[in-house]
Ligand binder design. Structure first.
Ligand code: SAH
Length: 351
């Protein structure tokens, strides 16, 4: 009988049945979950009769950027859904994996290709973890190390908060992936009670909030969930998260030409964050086919906006997008690969 490598109880049961010493399992886990060695190397630690399933996803397609160190993986679940996972090799030698938490997304943000999928299916803990293993194995094979894991792929992590929390527990478990909480970042569209709950449960893990506008009406046109979870509730949530974490929370701010990038918009943003412990990450918008009305702010506008925030005393970085040549397919490509019945009946399973 096969069992999943991330099912700790099953692993322990099979260890006993095979009368294996615990250190055999430790070596096997170290090999797969910490060193991200190839499947064969990991399995060589176990008796051949032990039918452990190492992966719950299969690599359907791999795209390597011709411009820089980005790799986009299209991964297929056992139900034939396709998700994306991106490996970012940063020039400094560091590497980050960007993982998905759902197939599609129910948040339906105007600027996001995944939101246009119109479906949301939660990924299981093992499917979240396997993205890390598969990405990690690619990096190990190149002699690189995995430094950071960000939940910025497809989906809204807090619409699948139980699986995301359980996955992060395993990622930070010393007997499993043994990663530091500070090397993990969860980005959310902004679900106040889930943000505080998460910071209570895993205070060491970093949180990022996709704000994109400090004007409630404008934010609502970009992010429909603003109606349900308005800015004032998010402000209070950040205050509470600050108290629990004691360090700056990241505010992500998409730079959209003529929409939210003016001098006044920056001033409004500065007023809104007053009293909060935050840092800004400005994101140049990647144009998507389904939102032809949106364009990225010009470079000078982004620099000016950043300067204004810095002058107000806030640490501000501009995200340099990697993989511009393969990012054009972001979300949109995955859509063409979803099972047909899901494309026909769009569901929104947000809680
Ligand atoms: N649902 C989560 C995480 C996934 S999106 C969230 O909303 O934060 C990760 C980040 O990418 C978010 O800040 C999101 O707003 C941003 N994003 C979405 N579409 C984008 C696009 N076309 N160009 C640039 N950033 C985008």
């Amino acid at each position: 009988m096969t069992f999943d490598v991330h099912d700790s109880e099953a692993v322990e049961l099979h260890r006993r049945n095979h009368r294996l010493d615990p250190h055999v399992i430790r070596k096997f886990r170290n090999s797969l979950l910490r060193k991200f060695e190839a499947d064969d190397s990991a399995l060589s630690h176990l008796p051949e009769t032990m039918n452990v399933q190492l992966h719950s996803l299969s690599v359907k397609h791999r795209m390597d950027s011709a411009l820089d160190g980005a790799t986009r993986l299209l991964l297929q679940t056992s139900t034939s859904h396709v998700i994306e996972c991106v490996i970012l090799r940063i020039a400094s030698g560091r590497s980050t994996i960007c993982v998905s938490s759902q197939v599609g997304c129910a948040a339906a943000c105007d600027f996001c290709a995944t939101g246009k999928l119109g479906i949301a299916k939660n990924l299981a803990v093992r499917e979240i973890l396997d993205q890390v293993v598969l990405g990690g194995q690619i990096l190990t094979n190149e002699g690189r190390r995995l430094d950071n894991i960000v939940f910025m792929g497809m989906g809204e992590p807090f619409h699948n908060s139980r699986a995301v929390t359980d996955a992060i527990r395993k990622l930070t478990d010393r007997d499993l992936f043994a990663r530091s909480p500070a090397s993990i970042l969860v980005s959310t569209v902004g679900i106040p009670e889930k943000m505080t709950e998460f910071a209570e449960t895993l205070p060491g893990v970093n949180l990022a909030l996709s704000l994109h506008s400090a004007d409630s009406e404008k934010r609502r046109t970009l992010i429909p969930l603003e109606s349900k979870h308005p800015l004032k509730d998010l402000h209070e949530a950040i205050r509470q998260v600050n108290q629990l974490q004691g360090r700056p929370l990241m505010i992500e701010y998409l730079m959209l030409d003529g929409v939210n990038d003016s001098h006044d918009a920056a001033n409004q943003l500065i007023r809104w964050v007053q009293g909060l412990n935050i840092r800004f990450n400005l994101i140049p918008f990647n144009a998507i086919e389904d939102a032809p009305h949106l364009m990225c702010s010009p470079r000078e506008a982004i620099d000016r906006f950043a300067q204004q925030l810095r002058e107000a005393g806030y640490q501000t970085t501009v995200r340099y997008s990697l993989g511009a040549d393969i990012a054009a397919a972001c979300g949109q490509l995955a859509r063409t690969l979803q099972p047909v019945q899901d494309q026909q009946n769009s569901i929104a399973s947000a809680d």
